[in-house]
Design a protein around this ligand. Structure first.
Ligand SMILES: Cc1cc2nc3c(=O)[nH]c(=O)nc-3n(C[C@H](O)[C@H](O)[C@H](O)COP(=O)(O)OP(=O)(O)OC[C@H]3O[C@@H](n4cnc5c(N)ncnc54)[C@H](O)[C@@H]3O)c2cc1C
Ligand code: SF4
Length: 578
């Protein structure tokens, strides 16, 4: 052979990224000079930041994204292996406390382009209309400053952009259907269906999940190997890294990886002027921008605002209300595991593929407000081992015996709505990180309503598991999906931003991520987070240049800009006849 199979090696091409076997980015990325004033600077290119970056770039704004983690090349950096995937998570030190401390680290945010959408399981249910008026309906929590109907066009749009596979008819919340057909069922889904059918509980099978059930442009369909939480090397699972970032770069956005935002600078005129950040060598820089959007996740977003305290905002930037860091929420995420005589092989499918929302809404016959969903989860062996340690105190030889039995177990997740409480919050700790920045201190406490809801949800999942035929049922108590801590609201004295994510205090400073959510429902938050980002983008685009020089606020609802979707949103895959 005269030539090497794939041509001779002519050095690394730094602008090329493979994103799965077929998709790659090969455009040289635009580079802004620190002194060049970008229109928008986005801190964090994760679930929300990735969508916002794409929209603003396509609309013609100059945009820089600072991302603390790497810009993944999926072929080079990712492995289909549980132990080898830890670099996908934000593992920097954080302090956890309160009466019911949250486990932090691998169970929370991502680090790297795509953020948490890289390691999410991609369950994508919508919130219900009642979630937007929890206080009005149930006298607990808070109302959102927008309605379900206002977010609906963005939900529908993002479901096409990811796209989401699911049933033709989804009965809960505002009933709707999905344009892309559902997935086949794995062993855990079969257990959920068996149990729910025996108890007369409706179940949705095969989605909604942002995983391709048919090939879609340059992305292949799912091959059911179950490494979704490890990133999905196949490219079948949606992440903003593969759905939105390529189009953002094609339209002139810059993503600066390994860039840790340290402090947002406030100018004398009460408007922000840019962001101080550390590069991968620990050198400090200042990027100028006409407006700044913080999209760093429910812990890092309030941390950055608190770390940006300055004269006039001694308690944290944009924190005149004192709510930055408060009303942090996690969903109850108890995992209920059942052992079956027959083989289940729970790894052989995406973990996310069937669920019931039959217990989602407040039921006056129960002694607590709000509700929960029951969903399939498919822990891989290391996660399963931890669950056996927690649930059965298995250890040593006993744990090895449980591990050898792995293929007989099925796992269901209870996803329960914990209410927003002011003392559940992110503050700054005395301890500092590698950059010398105070780390986040996360305090979390369950209230009576939360405890009753978790108990009821857990018992219902046990009932379902037993009805499915499990001989032994155990559970691990845990939490999932942190949101809140910079909530949006109509009242500037009790919220950080308005309904578009614009901070009440500073007209050119925005928040755009899960930290905006005033309540969380019992739907996984990722779709809502991306839909909110698309809505914020529509708003910013509708305001044109005024964001950069005017302090006037215009709350007119923006029109949805479907034309700014990444190419290939329509006319590919397997759209369903409606
Ligand atoms: C194991 C697991 C499974 C999940 N499964 C699902 C699911 O099935 N469905 C669902 O809807 N949700 C799921 N989630 C939750 C979902 O991933 C998150 O809710 C979502 O990604 C949060 O989006 P975000 O935009 O708020 O933050 P992220 O997506 O985490 O993005 C924040 C980004 O900001 C960067 N950043 C933070 N601080 C800085 C800084 N100072 N400077 C520069 N960059 C910074 C981070 O590196 C990160 O890339 C799951 C989460 C986990 C942990
Ligand atoms: S099961 Fe499907 S979505 Fe999950 S990692 Fe495998 S190919 Fe990707």
């Amino acid at each position: 052979m005269k030539q090497p199979l794939f041509g001779s090696f002519d050095g690394p091409h730094t602008h090329e990224h493979t994103l799965g076997p077929l998709q790659h980015i090969s455009v040289p990325m635009r580079r802004f000079d620190d002194n060049e004033e970008a229109d928008y600077l986005i801190v964090g290119i994760g679930s929300a930041g990735g969508v916002l970056l794409q929209r603003l770039a396509r609309a013609g704004f100059s945009v820089v994204g600072l991302e603390a983690g790497p810009f993944w090349d999926t072929e080079r950096d990712w492995v289909s292996d549980e132990a080898g995937s830890h670099q996908l998570y934000w593992e920097d030190p954080r302090v956890t406390g309160g009466s019911d401390p949250l486990a932090l680290g691998a169970n929370n945010s991502g680090r790297g382009v795509g953020g948490g959408s890289v390691h999410w399981a991609a369950f994508t249910p919508r919130l219900h209309p009642s979630d937007f008026e929890v206080y009005t309906c149930d006298g607990v929590g808070a109302d959102w400053p927008l309605t379900y109907d206002e977010l609906l066009p963005s939900y529908e749009q993002l479901e096409l952009e990811m796209p989401v596979a699911g049933p033709a008819y989804y009965p809960w919340g505002r009933p709707h259907g999905y344009a892309y057909g559902p997935h086949p069922m794995g062993g855990v889904g079969n257990a959920l269906v068996r149990g729910c059918s025996a108890l007369n509980i409706p179940v949705s099978i095969g989605g909604p999940v942002a995983i391709l059930s048919g090939s879609h442009g340059d992305r292949p369909h799912c091959i059911y190997r179950g490494f979704c939480i490890q990133g999905c090397k196949v490219g079948a699972k949606a992440s903003t890294l593969i759905t939105h970032v390529p189009d953002a770069l094609h339209n002139g956005a810059e993503i600066r990886p390994h860039s840790m935002a340290a402090r947002i600078e406030l100018g004398r005129n009460g408007r922000v002027t840019g962001v101080h950040y550390f590069d991968r060598d620990g050198q400090t820089h200042f990027q100028k921008a006409r407006a700044v959007v913080v999209a760093g996740y429910a812990i890092e977003t309030p941390r950055l605002l608190l770390n940006s305290a300055c004269p006039g905002f001694e308690n944290g930037l944009a924190n005149s209300s004192g709510t930055v860091g408060r009303y942090l929420m996690a969903q109850a995420g108890n995992v209920v595991l059942g052992r079956f005589d027959q083989l289940v092989r729970m790894y052989k499918a995406p973990p996310a593929h069937a669920l019931t929302e039959e217990f989602y809404e407040t039921d006056p016959r129960r002694d607590f407000a709000r509700g929960f969903a029951i969903q399939t989860v498919g822990p891989l062996p290391i996660a399963f081992a931890k669950q056996m340690v927690a649930a059965k105190k298995a250890w040593g030889w006993g744990l090895r015996r449980e591990m050898m039995d792995y293929n007989h177990w099925a796992a269901l997740g209870v996803l329960g709505e914990i209410l927003p409480w002011p003392e559940n919050r992110v503050t700054l700790d005395e301890e500092k990180d590698q950059f010398g920045l105070p780390i986040a201190h996360v305090s979390f406490n369950l209230h009576d309503n939360d405890k009753k809801l978790i108990k009821f949800g857990k018992e219902k999942a046990f009932e379902v598991m037993h009805a499915a035929g499990a001989a032994e049922v155990v559970q691990e108590a845990r939490y999932a999906h942190l949101v809140g801590a910079c909530r949006m609201g109509s009242d500037p004295s009790t919220s950080v931003t308005d309904k578009f994510g614009r901070t009440h205090d500073i007209p050119n400073l925005f928040v755009c991520d899960g930290s905006l959510m005033p309540t969380q429902g019992s739907a996984n938050p990722g779709l809502t987070i991306q839909a909110l980002a698309a809505r914020t983008a529509d708003y910013l685009i509708s305001q044109g240049d005024t964001i950069f020089h005017s302090n006037q606020r215009n709350d007119t609802e923006p029109r949805i800009r479907r034309e700014l979707a990444p190419p290939g949103t329509y006319g590919k895959g397997v759209p369903r006849v409606r």
